[in-house]
Each structure stands twice: as C-alpha cells, then as structure tokens.
Write a protein that binds this ligand. Structure first.
Ligand SMILES: [Zn+2]
Length: 500
C-alpha cells in the first residue's frame, strides 16, 4: 500500500507550508518516486497488448487504492480507464483529469546506460554530462536531477503526481473540494483512434465542470502553464508524376520533364519568403485574438532568443512575431521530401516521381475539409491535374502536362476555451497562489491534441495543464523527467483538487 507523505515540504518548504504541515514526520519523497519507477518498469508501447494490459491493471489498482471507483472500457485498441472519487461531503462540482498511459515506440540501443524500461537517475541532463546516480537514503533531492525512462514525462509521471497530490492533501488535512474524475487512454501515441468514440459514448462520466488535460511539456520558462486550446491537424501526401519510369539523365536530360523540379516549384508557390502561406483563403477563417488573449501572450516570458540559440538558427521563418503568437495561426509544413536516390553513390536519372509529405495545423474555426479543399484548389491553380486513382492512367499521361496526386491522411479540428471561463480562471488563480508565481496562459498549444472532443463535443470548459520539463526528450530516446518538475506537479495538482 502506498504511504502518503509530506515530501515536498522538504523539497520546497516555501511552497507548501500550510499550518500544521508535518515536516518532522520523516518526509520521504522516495515513496512517490518509488511508485513512479515501478510503474515505468512496465513496458507501455501501444502495439504490445500484453504489456498494455499489465499497465491498465496496475493503474486500476493504483487508483482504487486511493478510493476511486474504476471502470475499464474495452476498445479495439488499448483499454480506456474511467474513474471517479467522491470525497467526504460529496461535492457537486466535478473536475475530470485526462492522462495517457502508453508511450512512444523505443529503440533500446539508442538509450544510454540503461534500457527504456529500467528507470535510472542522473544528476543533470545527459546532454550536459549528467552522471548516473542513485537516490540518497535520506535528505533533500536535488530538483535538477532527472529520472530517465520511457514515459517518465509523457505521460506516466503526471499520473503519479496526481495520485501523490491526493495523498498529500489528505496527509496534510486539506479536503478535496471537487468530485474527481479521470480518463486515461492507452493509444495516445498511436493517434487516439478510440478516444472520439469513448468520449461520445461515456460523455456522462467524462463531462465535468472543468476538464484538465495533463500531457506535454510546460512552457520553456518553467512556469506553471495553462493552455486554452490546441491546434487541429491533418497530413497529406503530394506526388508529382513525370515519365512512366526513371530515365537516363544524359539521354533524356533537357527533354523529359523532371517531377522533382515541378514539385519544388509547386511547394515554393505555397509560401512567400516571409513565411506567409499564399494559398487563397488559408487565413480567412482565423478568429482574431481577444484583448484577454493578447494580454496573456504579452505576459508570457519571451523565450525566442534562447530557443533560437539552442536550436541553432539565425532567423524565424515568420519574422517579427514571437512563437506563442504564431501558435494562433494555421500552418503548412513540409515534413518529408523524396525523389530519386539521394544516399550512397546515387543514380544519374530523371526520377519518375517526386513526393512530399505535408502537415497542416488548424486553429479554432478552420475546418479540415475547408483547408484541404483550399490546398487542392491551389495545386490545380498552378496548372496541375489531380488524379483520383493510385497512378495516372494512360489517357491522363497523354493529356495533362502536369500530373499530381494529393492524398489526405486523417484530420481533426482545433478546440479552444475562452480565457475568461470562470472555472478555468479559478484553477489558474489557485495554482498562482500555491506556487507564488504568474502562470503562463497560452491561448493555443502549438501541437495538436484532441482538445476539441472536450471543449467542443462535450462543451465543457477545458484546459491543458502540462507539468513536465520542456527538455524532456519526449518521444525520442533518453526521455526524462526533471525531479523538480515532478514535485512541482504534485503542488500544482494539489492546488486544483483542493481549490475553493
Ligand atoms: Zn503525451
């Protein structure tokens, strides 16, 4: 059985320190970290069904130990867990927390010093020469230490922080002021294929006065972060066709059309040198930011210069506007390009086709269908005939000088909650008071999550509340959770589960 503690008084005594906090009662932050490392030791790649089942069973037990009533919803993929904890006094106000328990696929050989499911600690990030260390038996733990394992940050660490926040509130005599609900999926890294169905079918168990999505990294400033929306996303594959097969570049150079050049011309026609997408109507449906949203953006610490230095480039694509402001515009991205052979000795051919992988992100009020139609119309306006089959027919080859295929892949819209939503404002204020700082309020997350399912389908006030360090190597090898972020996450969640 898990033993609640007043761990964090030791780690950040200034933050907690409610009257009667029992700092003398053998604070052992190790028990929270111990529960986390045990959980991280269960491999959790979504395609691995037996291990996913073990994760779901472990989670069910962890939540039942705290008094949650748990329901396991079977899906064609991983089980979804839904739970409810009704505290004494049966508060009518409800808050739902969303987490995911699956992790990105791993290549164990890329992990340093230990496998992805054998958690280890380092005294600082690997990239800064961090050494492998073991937890001291007693005394404070350096907040700069990192816990390395798949899902340490994304998203198992936050789950254990949430449970620890409940333990901590109980141990320090702070009543839980809301009925708490959880929704946990095991297919997030596989694109959440079952989530839309589960959210619609279990709407009554999930809809709440506030839905808090806990996933992803905090703002790089390290401040507590609230996100009031997320972009939608769609991918597309764009293929431009030349001759029926590759041709010798000497025998046919200057004569046969080259689809690599045609594709390059087509792509450059989609964006001007200032980063603005030139597809007609691309920004037409964007809703201007409200005064409150502009104020929230202005309050966010400017991390552009630091990030540009870290990433190693001299100028933003869209100069003159900062990162968090640009998150409120739709994007058009080329994420992959291919034609002919580019590695090894190469081959001197005119390739038969060239392919680009695109992704488009949406902001509130832009529908995936409308944006895809604009992209199609733009390609046609550049003189291309878009084929509908897998490959051009003989007749299409004989008729059209420019042939392309555009295949749409997936797609869901953006979601957003007003910054002035009273429940969201209350949560922000509770965290600000508990952590003694001004939280970052981002109108829109740059990345895409199925935020719209909660904000628009369930029509519930929804916020994203990322709690982990931004430099967590999320999705890559050597994923890590900064120990200080884990303890802060406990404080942040405790502030919400005990807020007035
Ligand atoms: Zn995640």
């Amino acid at each position: 059985m898990f033993k609640p503690t007043v761990l964090t008084a030791l780690f950040l005594g200034l933050v907690l320190a409610p009257a009667g906090a029992q700092t003398a009662a053998s604070p052992t932050p190790r028990s929270e970290l111990g529960e986390l490392t045990a959980f991280l030791s269960i491999p959790n790649v979504a395609s691995d069904k037996p291990d996913i089942a073990r994760n779901a069973a472990r989670l069910k037990t962890m939540f039942e130990q705290r008094g949650f009533h748990m329901t396991v919803v079977q899906t064609p993929g991983s089980p979804v867990l839904i739970g409810e904890l009704v505290p004494p006094g049966k508060p009518s106000r409800t808050i739902t927390f969303y987490f995911h328990y699956d992790g990105q696929p791993v290549t164990p050989s890329e992990w340093k010093d230990s496998g992805p499911f054998q958690p280890i600690y380092r005294d600082k990030p690997l990239e800064q020469g961090g050494r492998v260390v073991s937890l001291p038996a007693s005394g404070a733990i350096d907040p700069e230490w990192r816990l390395y394992a798949r899902s340490a940050a994304d998203d198992k660490g936050p789950i254990v922080a949430f449970l620890s926040a409940i333990d901590e509130a109980r141990a320090t005599g702070h009543p839980l002021t809301s009925t708490l609900r959880v929704l946990m999926e095991g297919d997030e890294e596989a694109g959440s294929p079952s989530l839309p169905t589960v959210v619609r079918e279990q709407a009554a168990q999930i809809r709440s006065d506030l839905i808090v999505l806990v996933d992803g990294p905090q703002h790089p400033s390290g401040r507590p972060t609230f996100v009031f929306g997320a972009r939608g996303i769609m991918s597309a594959e764009l293929t431009v066709f030349g001759a029926r097969h590759d041709l010798h570049s000497g025998n046919y150079g200057n004569w046969a059309p080259n689809p690599a050049f045609e594709l390059a011309r087509l792509l450059t026609s989609m964006k001007d040198p200032t980063g603005r997408v030139t597809i007609a109507g691309f920004y037409k449906d964007v809703v201007p930011l409200t005064a409150e949203e502009k104020k929230a953006l202005a309050e966010i610490p400017d991390v552009d210069p630091r990030l540009m230095h870290a990433f190693g480039f001299a100028q933003q694509e869209f100069p003159g506007q900062r990162l968090e402001a640009l998150h409120n515009l739709p994007t058009l991205n080329v994420s992959g390009l291919g034609a002919g052979t580019v590695t090894g000795q190469g081959r001197t051919v005119i390739p038969a086709q060239a392919v680009a992988r695109l992704d488009l992100r949406f902001v509130k009020n832009i529908t995936p269908d409308a944006q895809f139609a604009r992209l199609e119309a733009h390609i046609r306006a550049q003189g291309f005939h878009l084929i509908t089959g897998d490959a051009p027919t003989d007749q299409e080859r004989a008729t059209y000088p420019l042939l392309a295929k555009l295949r749409r892949i997936g797609g869901y819209p953006a979601g957003r909650t007003p910054l002035t939503s009273p429940m969201a404002e209350r949560a922000v204020a509770a965290v600000a008071a508990a952590l003694h700082t001004t939280p970052v309020r981002m109108p829109t997350l740059g990345g895409s999550t199925p935020f719209y399912l909660f904000s628009d389908v369930l029509k519930a006030p929804t916020v994203g509340m990322p709690v982990v360090n931004f430099d967590d190597n999320q999705h890559g090898p050597n994923e890590n959770l900064r120990v200080g972020n884990f303890f802060n996450a406990i404080h942040i969640m405790q502030a919400i589960v005990t807020m007035r």
